[in-house]
Structure formats: structure tokens, C-alpha cells
Design a protein around this ligand. Structure first.
Ligand code: GAR
Length: 221
């Protein structure tokens, strides 16, 4: 049996993706140990969810720091001190400084509610609707200093309906996010994913395109 992967999570908001990660571990689908949940918003629901699950928490407000880099260095020092091997950004709404992030490249992943490279940044559901897209989705990618710009590992796809609006689209996508993120963390826990010069590799073989979340919630090439 492999040792559980030590995972730290950063989250700014409701924490539903964090809750899905914790649940996946609790039902035995994810051999991980959550060593820290940190938030830039002390009132974030994510911190409450972590505390309820007896995961160590850290609320670190950027207000006390002179600039982004000093905050990010401090935050990622705490993450390193937690013993985390992997860092998961689950609704963390800040860009991380490149220098602070350097030790984590290849070990940090982020979930984003669009089919990257489409719609980096905010309001992704609205932008997909405004563009007249008929497909939407979510992506998990390795984090780099570029906003939502790192190599994409896996995606969940969703048909856009003619009666969808920003709210319904977001609500229909979120449950897929809750499957996608634990599925990717599971590959990391099995030590099957790597970031190589040529891109994302699964079992040592570079992906030609992101893995896709299928109806059985398995990731397929
Ligand atoms: C999720 O939809 C996640 O994909 C998105 O924030 C939401 C957090 O929800 N992340 C981003 O937009 C990052 N660029 P949650 O707090 O309920 O997990």
C-alpha cells in the first residue's frame, strides 16, 4: 500500500470543492491526508468545513502584507511547513507570485470553471453564454504564474442548453467539478501524474489532449 499523499488546500469561498475532496477521502476513494486548509478570507466557509473535518486551518489575510509577493511567500512557507507534498487550489481567487510558486511547480493544481484555454479569469459561465458556445466545462491544470494558464490535466464537459443562464450553468457544472478534482488528486496520490518539459504525463506518457471525465466519473485519455 502506498503512503497517503499529504495535501494542502487553498480556498477563498464556499468550499464545495474542498468538501468534495474531504468526502472522497472519507468514503475511501482518495488515499490522502489533508495537512492544511488555508484561506485569504478569514470568514470563508471553507475554513469551517475544514475545522469540522479536523483538518488544521490557517486564515491569512493579505491586508497585513505590503505586497503580493510577501503574502504569497508567507502563505507558501506555511504550506511547506505543513509537510504538504501537493497543493490544491480549490476556489482560491488569487494569482500566486511566480517566485513564491517556483518550489510548487508540478506539485500545485487548480480547478477552473471553463474549458481552458477558453475564459481564463472570472465570469466564465456568462462569457461562454455570451459567446454562443454549445459546450462548457471545467478544467484542472498545473499552476504556473500565468493566471489559469498552466498545462491542463483533465476536463469535465457539459452541453449548454438553450434555456441555460449564468446561474443554471454554474449550478449544473459544480457537481462535475466535485468529481473532476478528486479524480485528478487520486492520480496524484497514485503518483501517476507528472509535469514534464513536453507537458502533462500520465504513467510517463505525455497527454496529447487533457484527460476527459466520462459518465462513470473515470478519467480517460
Ligand atoms: C469553483 O467553481 C471553482 O472552479 C472556481 O471557484 C469556484 C469555487 O467554488 N475557481 C475559479 O474560478 C478559479 N479561477 P467552491 O468554493 O464552492 O469550491
Amino acid at each position: 500500500m502506498t503512503t497517503p499523499l499529504r495535501v494542502a488546500v487553498l480556498a477563498s469561498g464556499c468550499g464545495s470543492n474542498l468538501a468534495a475532496l474531504i468526502q472522497a477521502r472519507d468514503v475511501g476513494n482518495l488515499p490522502v491526508k489533508y495537512v492544511l486548509v488555508s484561506s485569504d478570507r478569514p470568514a470563508a466557509e471553507a475554513l469551517r468545513i475544514a475545522k469540522a473535518a479536523q483538518v488544521p486551518t490557517l486564515a491569512l489575510s493579505p491586508k497585513a502584507y505590503p505586497d503580493r509577493r510577501s503574502y504569497d511567500l508567507e502563505l507558501l512557507n506555511h504550506v511547506a511547513a505543513s509537510g504538504a507534498e501537493v497543493l490544491v487550489l480549490a476556489g482560491f481567487m488569487r494569482i500566486l507570485d511566480g517566485a513564491a510558486l517556483r518550489p510548487w511547480v508540478g506539485r500545485a493544481i487548480n480547478i477552473h470553471p471553463s474549458l481552458l484555454p477558453k475564459y481564463r479569469g472570472l465570469h466564465t459561465h456568462r462569457r461562454a453564454l455570451e459567446a454562443g458556445d454549445n459546450k462548457h466545462g471545467a478544467s484542472v491544470h498545473f499552476v504556473t504564474a500565468e493566471l489559469d494558464g498552466g498545462p491542463v490535466i483533465a476536463q469535465a464537459h457539459l452541453e449548454i442548453r438553450s434555456d441555460d443562464n449564468e446561474k443554471t450553468l454554474g449550478e449544473r457544472l459544480l457537481p462535475l467539478e466535485h468529481r473532476l478534482l478528486p479524480a485528478v488528486v487520486s492520480l496524484m496520490a497514485a503518483r501517476r501524474l507528472n509535469l514534464m518539459k513536453a507537458g502533462v504525463a500520465l504513467d510517463g506518457i505525455c497527454l496529447k489532449r487533457p484527460l476527459s471525465l466520462k459518465e462513470d466519473y473515470q478519467l480517460k485519455r
